[in-house]
Design a protein around this ligand. Structure first.
Ligand code: KIV
Ligand code: ZN
Length: 386
């Protein structure tokens, strides 16, 4: 049986860039958009055109530049927003307008001071108006994570009737449990009229550290698009991380789902976005953190040296990392020391290794990490003493 495709909707340049300190100028955005296109994302959300002249310009320029991906612009359910987004997207080969409105009781009461029926009308009107400019219209039900499923299905049915091609179900506040989010998607698949012609999209935030788990629960229950960002950057605790969902689907062929992302570009793309945004990646970040393929305890190092698969479920080369790192610390054993020494040109007999190892531990106890220069020094000291 062939596997089904999950589309990757990258929102690094919109939801990712909303973060304090992440601001990018147009030329940085163009550089990142070109890389995302090469990486193989299906949709690039390039910005929120009405929000500022700079964002309009970025969406406009990205639309002209991008060759393969759909280029998307965000709007509220407001006519002026939709007109400006359509203008910014007018040169895109594949334009998409992403419009929507808050649907949870909190949003309806405090943001809109409206009734549920009024929100349904506004959702319908926004999608129908966006359809007068572009064929591809994605509807988002903001705070869907805290919206009753029965009401959410009604709003989504209205959006589909108005012509939405994609239904985005955001867990805006990162509140849902994976099972709950998965059940929400399943419920919509079963209860939204006309759903068979529409793609459901997962848009999950990471406030409780569950953005990736929730997106995966979504696709396991029938969603076929994931909205995510490079390095998981985004509002507050961030969005679903692109590299994580791509590798989860790849490492679990039993799910029968795939993406068109070229994983070999993941590490470089992560570095590029981190340096352009000036937001550095935590070392223990899955897939792209500097420690993701680094081994420092003696037991693990011994295993890795014998066979990489003892402690690695991903070949680092697959994501563009040249090799696993064996980091020498006071927890390292003889095998790791001999391995590193050999790489540096020192072939040690068993007896030599014993004395070098004793000296190594003296060094290691005083440092966080023992580097190549330290190894040269340890070799000299050991030679002098014997
Ligand atoms: O988190 C969210 O609800 C959003 C929407 C605007 C799509 O980013
Ligand atoms: Zn969001």
């Amino acid at each position: 049986m062939g596997t089904e495709k999950v589309e990757i909707f990258d929102t690094t340049l919109r939801d990712g860039e909303q973060v304090p300190g992440c601001k990018l100028n147009t030329s940085q955005k163009l550089k990142i958009a070109a890389r995302l296109d090469e990486l193989g994302v299906d949709v690039i959300e390039a910005g929120f055109p009405i929000s500022s002249p700079g964002d309009f310009k970025s969406v406009f320029e990205i639309s002209k530049l991008v060759k393969n991906a759909t280029v998307c612009g965000l709007t509220r359910a407001v006519r002026k927003d939709i007109e400006i987004a359509a203008e910014a997207l007018k040169f895109a080969k594949k334009p998409r307008i992403h419009t929507g409105i808050g649907t949870s009781p909190t949003h309806i009461k405090y943001k809109f001071n409206a009734t549920e029926d009024q929100i349904i009308e506004r959702a319908f009107d926004a999608v129908a108006y966006a359809k007068t400019f572009v064929e591809d219209v994605e509807f988002y039900a903001e705070d869907a994570g805290r919206t009753r499923n029965e009401y959410l299905a009604k709003v989504c049915t209205a959006a589909v009737k108005a012509g939405a091609t994609v239904l985005n179900i955001p867990d805006t506040t990162g509140y849902c449990l994976p099972e709950e989010y998965g059940q929400k998607i399943k419920y919509l698949k079963e209860n939204v009229q006309g759903i068979e012609n529409v793609r459901i999209s997962c848009h999950c935030h990471n406030d409780l550290g569950m953005a990736t788990a929730n997106a995966i629960a979504g696709v396991m229950n029938g969603a076929r698009q994931i909205e995510c960002t490079i390095n998981g950057v985004g509002e507050r605790a961030g969005n679903t991380s692109l590299e994580e969902v791509v590798m989860i689907l790849r490492q679990h062929p039993g799910l029968n789902l795939h993406t068109d992302i070229n994983p070999k570009f993941l590490f470089d793309t992560s570095n590029m976005v981190a340096s352009e945004m000036g937001i550095f990646v935590q070392p223990n970040k899955a897939i792209v953190g500097t420690n993701a393929f680094a081994h420092s305890s003696g037991i693990h190092q011994d295993g890795i040296i014998k066979n990489r698969e003892t402690y690695e479920i991903i070949n680092p080369l697959d994501v563009g990392v040249t090799e696993s790192a064996i980091v020498l610390t006071a927890r390292s054993g003889r095998a790791a020391l001999a391995y590193r020494a050999k790489k540096m040109g020192y072939e040690l007999t068993k007896l030599e290794l014993d004395s070098v190892y004793t000296e190594f531990l003296n060094f290691a106890d005083k440092r966080k990490e023992v580097g190549d220069l330290d190894i040269h020094t340890i070799m000299e000291i050991t030679r002098k003493n014997h």
